[in-house]
Design a binder for this molecule. Structure first.
Ligand code: SF4
Ligand code: SF4
Ligand code: SF4
Length: 298
């Protein structure tokens, strides 16, 4: 349907997170940011009130953990934003910028290896809020997953973080048990006893840490906790699987620094309209990785 709102105005409010509902001449859906996918009870109530007061009375969840207030009339856009602000809620999440981060529930999940909610909130603050004014060649998506189960598909984002627990093998302590508990508890069946000794092939282990505490003889006892970072993933019209950086990072600060470098590299070297996956392919993964790592503490 033809819109009664001028084209430039539709564009401007899109930048504020209001997406036009094609079925009406002057109605929008307001995208509300949830930071890391968590809302307080007061914020939930405020969203319910807001959608009755300023919208059609319906909320819709997006696949990237934002909430859309449906059916907001053009004249209600500013009153709605002012109402939400009282509860610390903002609209947005569109444009050629860092997009709202997607987090899995790794903080509380039985398999979670990192505090995904806390890390996602930091990423939100530093890159979503902190870089609101930074226009990029295209959108830039970040996802944080607590373990290699990949529930939020970090490797299909421009930058994806995955919690890691890397085992160390002490072959001299291995007794080559008939039934190896490490082998038995490896969900992807890559740990195996060969020639009387446990073998965990480094290239095949996904660092899920599920074998921790399984060996009664101390052959697999030490684990390094950390983060794997994937670069250049994307989903949509064209799909690309991100590639993991060669290091497992052991501090949150390193991870944040690498993300910052990745965003700045995309800003400085990306060609307008291309996704980060294309920039990485054009510049070469090894080259990009080297640049993101230079200066980051090993
Ligand atoms: S990715 Fe892992 S930690 Fe996150 S929700 Fe899935 S199983 Fe849990
Ligand atoms: S890793 Fe532990 S449980 Fe497995 S065979 Fe060696 S000693 Fe036995
Ligand atoms: S860390 Fe996970 S994938 Fe690696 S050997 Fe242990 S259980 Fe298997």
């Amino acid at each position: 349907m033809q819109s009664t709102v001028p084209e430039e105005e539709i564009k401007r409010v899109k930048g504020l997170g209001f997406l036009r509902d094609k079925r009406y001449p002057d109605v929008f859906n307001a995208r509300v940011i949830t930071v890391n996918g968590k809302l307080t009870a007061a914020q939930h109530r405020a969203l319910a009130d807001a959608c009755e007061k300023f919208g059609s009375g319906e909320l819709a969840m997006t696949v990237r953990l934002t909430v859309e207030i449906q059916g907001v009339k053009y004249e209600n856009i500013e009153p709605l934003r002012a109402f939400l602000a009282q509860y610390g809620l903002v609209t947005g999440g569109t444009g050629k910028k860092v997009r709202p981060v997607v987090s899995c529930k790794g903080t509380t999940c039985q398999y979670g290896l990192i505090d995904t909610f806390a890390l996602s909130a930091k990423i939100h603050e530093r890159f979503y809020e902190g870089m609101r004014g930074v226009v990029l060649p295209h959108k830039f998506k970040i996802a944080v997953g607590g373990c290699p189960n990949n529930c939020v598909k970090p490797d299909l984002n421009d930058v994806g973080i995955i919690g890691q627990r890397v085992p160390t093998v002490y072959a001299d302590k291995c007794r080559g048990c008939k039934v190896c508990r490490v082998e038995k508890n490896c969900p992807i069946r890559i740990a195996r006893v060969e020639g009387g000794k446990i073998v965990i092939p480094p290239g095949e282990c996904n660092h899920c840490g599920r074998c921790m505490g399984m060996c009664p003889f101390g052959a697999v006892t030490d684990y390094v906790n950390g983060y794997k970072i994937y670069l250049g993933g994307r989903w949509g019209k064209r799909v690309a699987q991100g590639r993991a950086m060669s290091r497992v990072f052991t501090s949150e600060e390193e991870v944040l620094e690498v993300i910052e470098r990745a965003v700045m590299l995309f800003k400085d070297e990306g060609i307008d309209g291309e996704r980060f996956a294309d920039t990485v392919a054009r510049l070469g993964f090894e080259n990009v990785e080297r640049r993101l790592l230079s200066g980051v503490q090993a």
